[in-house]
Design a protein around this ligand. Structure first.
Ligand code: DGL
Length: 239
């Protein structure tokens, strides 16, 4: 048992999609959230800068004695997990592995699309894990650089014209590709899930990275007997 808080961070408010799921499955846990809104977006920055920012974000949370860290950012999870893990013994869960596993389980036609920031797509993080699971998977990855600034500036309504325009621009190739499963590879994207879904084929499974990572973190804490006292008897998916 461990009554410390769970630390969650992202470049901005996208990681709140993971917090929402954490609060649903582990309602008794305390959560400290850090969103680096002064420096968002991370996705167009160099790998070195992303690693530097990620280490600073993590150290901020560690100063608050968190018992575990959820990296609720597809970009940081794609390029900085090794640097983060080398810098602490505190358990850390990122979004890529959990989301890739969920996508692999969900896909029937074995065509998967990955939407992410420029840095995430460049890193090929999701593809590497997916191909390891099944080398026959057909995968496309599409950078969607305007989505994060649009979400951060409040263009989140399903009817928002700017977001719809950006979604059309980014997703027409993905629609033609015919994936039955689309990984929302950045934690900001679930916030504009409806605008994204409108541009894709009906019935496509959208994988919410923050949600999958929250489930993974809950499982990790339960297995390590690190849930808080009240949380140990909760009826969460984590059990
Ligand atoms: N939520 C972050 C992610 O998952 C956004 C990255 C950015 O700031 O560009 O990638």
């Amino acid at each position: 048992m461990n009554n410390g808080a769970i630390g969650v961070f992202d470049s901005g408010l996208g990681g709140l999609s993971a917090v929402r799921e954490l609060k649903r499955i582990l309602p008794s846990e305390s959560i400290i959230y850090f969103g680096d809104t002064a420096r968002v977006p991370y996705g167009g920055k160099s790998e070195d800068v992303i690693v530097k920012y990620a280490l600073q974000d993590m150290r901020f949370l560690l100063k608050h004695n968190v018992k575990a860290i959820l990296v609720a950012c597809g970009t940081v999870s794609s390029v900085a997990m090794t640097a983060l893990r080398n810098a602490t013994d505190t358990p850390i869960v990122g979004v890529v592995e959990a989301a890739a596993s969920a996508a692999e389980r969900a896909s029937k036609n074995r065509k998967i699309a990955v939407l992410g920031t420029a840095a995430t797509v460049k890193s090929r993080s999701y593809e590497k894990i997916l191909k390891n699971k099944d080398s026959a998977l057909d995968i496309v990855a599409k950078p969607c650089p305007l989505f994060v600034p649009l979400v951060e500036s409040g263009h989140i309504s399903p009817k928002d014209k700017l977001t719809a325009l950006a979604a059309e621009e980014y997703l027409s190739d993905v629609r033609r590709f015919g994936a039955d499963t689309v990984i929302l590879g950045c934690t900001h994207y679930p916030i504009i899930k409806d605008a994204i879904a409108r541009k894709l084929r009906r019935g496509v499974s959208l994988i919410d990275t923050g949600k999958e990572a929250a489930i993974e973190l809950a499982r990790t804490l339960r297995e390590a007997d690190m849930l808080c006292e009240e949380g140990r008897d909760e009826d969460g998916i984590a059990r």
